[in-house]
Design a binder for this molecule. Structure first.
Ligand SMILES: *Cc1c(COP(=O)(O)O)cnc(C)c1O
Length: 391
């Protein structure tokens, strides 16, 4: 006699109409019809999923959306931005290779180059990416890959991508661009000579500080397979729920970006004339040190990040943050709401005060990731906070 048991899966109800929203598929395993069918899937003859570490539909839906923005094919979604960088490095490099990285990369990227890769016999050198001659001087006969960001954190310097791409192309070195800050809205990295494009999807693409994910796209199919295999073996898998959240965030990415960018430009101009503000860094302002390069490379897109420096030390910095309680003081970027970070106590705390000063980051230096609030409200909040810091 057969009995019904809740242990067995209940079939999904049939519907002649389709759900409008992407379904969330948390299944780790996929059941096949027969060994022949499974065999055909593994051989690539028929599409389908087998085990979520190797891929799942929510990651693929998200990858397809980011591919369209980056004009890429076959992009991979990983468990974090750092997982994307890890998969790239460990998938493409071997002992004896050499890597050149920008000297103002994201903090953990710098740490991977300075501390992790050398443990596996990959030598690394950091160079100033705003100066192609400095990057050239760092190359060795073993250099396999150059990793740069188009706009640096937090001083918003603009890299000489054209010069670096020329060097890489002439010597057959892979150029990997971390496009997190600039996003494909402002910068299409493949059009500028990138072989590898990397994102922390966590930031502007997902946009709501509720999903940690990464993305990597590679021009060359064999290299893509190498990175994919490494990611699957090392388990750099993204969560389906995070992918689902990020896909939802992407629907409004372009609107969010444009609004945040317009706000950032307005805030930068307002900060520049506020008493107590020593300097403002925004790539589209004529007083930015890389203004001309930003204008040509980013085609007039200044992005949503603004940095500024106030008079005074730590006390003034504390007063500013306390006087802006509605602006999250949090070391992230790309959230829908404005966030404020203080590099001296967060991203650049490992540096000595002298090293920070050399990079132009005093105790009064702040970075703002501008969100989509009303510009007038933001300007008012900063105006009050800076006045509080000055008094
Ligand atoms: C945040 C960030 C990363 C790392 O991404 P996670 O998702 O936090 O691992 C890498 N590069 C840049 C430029 C970032 O801002």
């Amino acid at each position: 006699m057969t009995r019904k048991t809740p242990v067995r899966r209940t079939p999904w109800p049939d519907s002649s109409s389709r759900a409008v929203v992407t379904p969330l598929q948390p299944s780790v395993v996929y059941a096949s019809e027969s060994p022949d069918a499974l065999d055909a899937q593994y051989e690539g003859g028929s599409p389908g999923y087998t085990y979520a570490r190797e891929g799942h539909p929510n990651a693929d839906v998200l990858a397809t959306k980011i591919d369209a923005l980056e004009e890429a094919e076959g992009g991979l979604i990983l468990g974090s931005g750092m997982a994307a960088i890890t998969a790239t490095m460990l998938g493409l490099l071997k002992t004896g290779d050499h890597v050149v990285g920008g000297n103002q990369l994201y903090g953990r990227s710098l740490r991977m180059l300075a501390e992790e890769l050398p443990r596996f016999g990959v030598a690394t050198t950091m160079a100033d990416p705003t100066d192609a001659a400095a990057v050239e001087a760092a190359l060795t006969p073993d250099t396999k890959l150059i990793l740069v960001e188009a706009v640096s954190n937090p001083t918003l310097r603009v890299s000489d991508i054209e010069g670096i791409a020329r060097l890489a192309r002439a010597r057959g070195i892979l150029l990997a661009i971390d496009n997190t800050f600039t996003t494909p809205r402002a910068f299409k990295a493949f059009e500028h000579g990138a072989d590898v494009v990397i994102h922390s999807v966590t930031k502007l693409l997902a946009g709501h500080s509720d999903a940690t994910l990464g993305y990597v796209a590679l021009k060359d199919a064999a290299l893509r397979k190498a990175v994919y295999d490494t990611a699957v073996t090392l388990g750099l898998t993204p969560s389906p729920f995070d992918c689902w959240l990020a896909e939802r965030g992407l629907y409004s990415f372009e609107l969010r970006y444009d609004r945040a960018e317009a706000n950032a430009a307005a805030l930068a101009d307002a900060l520049a004339v506020m008493p107590g503000v020593r300097r403002v860094l925004y790539p589209m302002r004529p007083d930015h040190p890389d203004h001309n390069r930003a204008a040509s490379l980013l085609k007039g897109r200044g992005g949503n990040m603004v940095s500024f420096e106030i008079e005074g030390g730590r006390d003034a910095a504390n007063a500013l943050v306390r006087a802006a309680p509605d602006i999250a003081f949090a070391p992230t970027l790309g959230d829908i709401g404005t966030t404020l970070s203080h590099p001296a106590t967060s991203s650049h705390r490992a540096l000595s005060p002298e090293a920070r000063a050399a990079l132009g980051m005093s105790e009064g230096f702040f970075r703002v990731s501008v969100g989509v609030e009303y510009a007038g409200l933001l300007i008012e909040e900063f105006c009050q906070a800076i006045a509080a810091a000055a008094s």
